[in-house]
Unconditional design. Structure first.
Length: 201
């Protein structure tokens, strides 16, 4: 009888240990997957925040240039230069954040080219105000507005893809959380059942 008890004890101990080890492995793996998915969600949020800032920077550059043209106050040009530098920095940050996404890199290249032409056109218009170059009047205004709208259009497409990625990554995160808690529930239930069977002997 004692030998049977020892044998049963060893068998149940081995089963309990194996189940605990297996469940522990699944929980650790699941937690790592959750952390990874959560990291991608935060990453996408950061990309969206940086991208949404582009339109306001473009608007600020335009406001600085037009403020200077209206008032001849060079502080507006200082503000323009500050926003121009910020815009360039934002594009560089977005390029680094989306380095693994070819379609977003292509859009950023477009935005970069449009922003260069946009700033050049603004500066040429400001120089014309100072009498250094010839102004083409309404034609310059139309070119500037077209470039601004192109930046906004491409940026809107950029954001559309990021929001789609965010939705996908949030769903993956929620799914992995559910799997984790299901594993935890099954593991806990299994452990309780095994202990009850062991105590019955």
């Amino acid at each position: 009888m004692q030998k049977m008890f020892i044998r049963n004890f060893l068998i149940f101990s081995a089963i309990l240990f194996a189940c605990s080890a297996g469940i522990g492995y699944l929980l650790i793996t699941g937690e790592r997957q959750i952390d990874k998915s959560d990291g991608w969600v935060l990453h996408t949020h950061k990309v969206i925040i940086e991208s949404e800032a582009l339109n306001s920077l473009v608007a600020s550059m335009l406001a600085g240039q037009r403020g200077y043209l209206l008032s001849n106050d060079k502080s507006f040009l200082d503000n323009y230069e500050e926003k121009k530098a910020e815009l360039s920095q934002k594009i560089a940050i977005l390029s680094a954040l989306t380095a693994d996404n070819a379609s977003q890199q292509s859009r950023l290249d477009e935005i970069r080219q449009y922003s260069i032409r946009f700033s050049q056109q603004l500066e040429e218009t400001a120089q014309a105000k100072a009498g250094k170059t010839n102004s083409r009047g309404l034609n310059d205004v139309q070119i500037i507005d077209d470039l601004k709208n192109n930046i906004r259009r491409v940026n809107a497409n950029f954001l559309e893809e990021e929001y789609a990625l965010l939705d996908k990554r949030v769903k993956i995160l929620e799914s992995r959380k559910q799997q984790y808690f299901l594993t935890l529930l099954i593991g806990g239930t299994t452990a309780i059942i095994l202990l009850m069977i062991f105590n019955a002997y």
